[in-house]
Design a binder for this molecule. Structure first.
Ligand SMILES: [Zn+2]
Ligand SMILES: [Zn+2]
Length: 140
């Protein structure tokens, strides 16, 4: 369990066209160092916070989706282009937001690193979290 905090959470894209609310605790919070996330975000490392999709309501706007790998969709705002999240058919019923588009990102502390084998050599994160070679969660 990533969090027992049941206070509703909100998030939005940079322009505010897409806004959402979540009324459940996070399922998982993880860094991802994979090259595909780097391309999708432009950032050296990504942090995801995952929720049960049924507990997320998009209150304004709807994200656009782009798929490069079968079963995997990356969500973004069609207006401003902000990366919003990620959906994987192998994690049914779950939706992962990029932590930077949540309104109170510091509520969600990462639990682990995924794809540490792809991390940039100069990137130094001084923590003792579990480091996975590859995915942090098994897919169905
Ligand atoms: Zn936007
Ligand atoms: Zn990744």
């Amino acid at each position: 369990m990533a969090s027992t905090d049941t206070t509703p959470a909100t998030g939005r894209c940079r322009c505010g066209t897409v806004r959402w609310r979540v009324d459940s605790p996070a399922l998982a919070v993880s860094y991802c160092h994979c090259a595909d996330c780097r391309r999708a975000t432009g950032a050296p490392v990504t942090v995801f916070v995952g929720f049960a999709a049924e507990r997320i309501s998009f209150e304004e706007g709807r994200p656009q989706a782009h798929s490069r790998h079968a079963g995997v969709e990356r969500l973004f705002c069609g207006g401003c282009g902000s990366p919003i999240g990620y959906r994987d058919a192998g994690l049914p019923g779950e939706l992962y937001f990029y932590l930077g588009v949540m309104d109170e990102p510091e509520r969600y502390r990462p639990q682990c690193h995924a794809f540490i084998d792809e991390a940039w050599r100069w990137l130094s994160l001084d923590d003792d979290l579990l480091r996975h070679q590859g995915l942090s969660r098994a897919r169905q």
